[in-house]
Design a protein around this ligand. Structure first.
Ligand code: KG4
Ligand code: ZN
Length: 351
């Protein structure tokens, strides 16, 4: 941290473009004044998944309108913005660069500080909208990551466990594809499973080391389960198979989360990331936490999937880089969340 780095008081304009959602928000003193998300789902549905190049170009088209709307809903003018924050990684590098370049330009033009935010820290920070106090255990489950974070202070966390192979969101998306559902798959599988019998099919219980996760075997098990059934049987029991598959993912997520909380001696448990929007996961975690005497925190659905409000909630806990030291700040596709909190060396970005 440069000596000049400080926390910002006042309205922060926030940008999130790490994957295929174009989002902007205004957050002030930990309060969300506006949050606009323009989904690119329809655009990518025709390809059955996110096409990175297409996503970057779409961010370029959508971002000016989304930012203007976020300012409008918050009833903010540019003069009211005390700082700008944006996701700098991990994510799709082209998508990240569009949001970061735009956010740095806004900050530079207004001569205000800039706050780089790590995407996973953003997901964790969604829980601050609920007033959770650290320390707490947070299950972060998205399309690209699945890990158990022990949140020590603000957005600083230690990774207690992670997936050994696929992310939970990937297991949902790939399972949805095998079941013949559209894109994006997680939400559709959630909706279909709600009408099914979770005891219909037996899926294996993965048992990696400690609190770590594994989902790739489950996906293969679904493939073989479907291969062993006739078309008519799949048609008649699609919701039952979906419910059984979903239950196997959730069982692992909930078991490991509670084991982690117990091992770490934590009494508060939180959810984060797109998979945190899953209705059965929210229900199962609530029930198990109640039985174990843990306090549970479930961010509203709009703060689970990618959004810029969570960037602002994280930014409230991070140092701001003064104008114009952030100009050379780069995005990163993967890497430790700690990189986001590290500003460039003093003077590196001066024009
Ligand atoms: O956090 P997120 O919006 O983007 C990434 O950072 O990846 O998470 C997206 C993931 C996708 O895999 C999507 O299928 C999954 O979250 N997801 C869900 C639900 N809503 C989104 N998975 C299960 N049930 C849902 N309701
Ligand atoms: Zn995400």
């Amino acid at each position: 941290m440069t000596p000049a780095s400080t926390r910002v008081a006042g309205a922060i304009l926030c940008v999130e473009t790490s994957c295929d959602d174009t989002s902007a928000a205004v957050v002030e003193d930990g309060r969300v004044r506006s949050s606009i998300v323009s989904s690119q789902d329809e655009l990518h549905a025709q390809f059955g998944g996110v096409v990175p190049e297409v996503a970057s170009r779409r961010h370029t088209e959508l971002l000016p309108t989304v930012v203007a709307e976020a300012l409008g809903v918050a009833d903010c003018g540019w003069d009211d913005i005390a700082a700008v924050a944006a996701t700098v990684g991990p994510g799709l590098i082209g998508s990240l660069l569009v949001g970061l370049a735009a956010a740095k330009s806004f900050a530079c033009a207004r001569h205000v500080p800039f706050i780089p935010v790590d995407h996973l820290q953003g997901h964790v920070a969604a829980n601050y909208a609920l007033g959770v106090e650290p320390p707490f255990a947070c299950l972060v489950a998205s399309g690209g990551h699945t890990l158990l974070a022990v949140v020590e202070e603000g957005v600083r966390f230690r990774v207690a466990a992670r997936t050994m192979d696929d992310a939970a969101g990937e297991a949902f998306d790939k399972g949805a594809r095998l079941l013949g559902l559209g894109y994006p798959g997680g939400k559709q599988l959630d909706q279909l499973a709600a009408r099914g019998n979770a005891a219909f099919a037996a899926f294996p219980r993965a048992a990696p080391r400690g609190c770590d996760f594994s989902f790739s075997g489950l996906k293969t098990a679904l493939l073989y389960d479907l291969r062993g059934r006739s078309e008519a049987e799949i048609e008649a029991h699609r919701a039952d198979i979906a419910a059984s598959y979903q239950a196997a993912i959730i069982r692992q997520l909930v078991d490991k989360t509670l084991a982690c909380a117990q091992a770490e001696g934590l009494r508060r448990v939180a959810l984060a990331g797109g998979v945190a929007a899953n209705s059965a996961l929210r229900r199962a975690l609530t029930e198990r936490c109640a039985a174990a005497g843990y306090e549970v925190f479930l961010p509203p659905l709009a703060l689970c999937t990618d959004n810029a409000a969570m960037v602002g909630l994280a930014a409230a806990h991070l140092p701001a880089i003064p104008w114009p030291d952030y100009l050379a700040l780069d995005a990163y596709a993967s890497g430790a969340q700690a990189r986001a909190a590290r500003p460039p060396k003093a003077g590196r970005g001066r024009p």
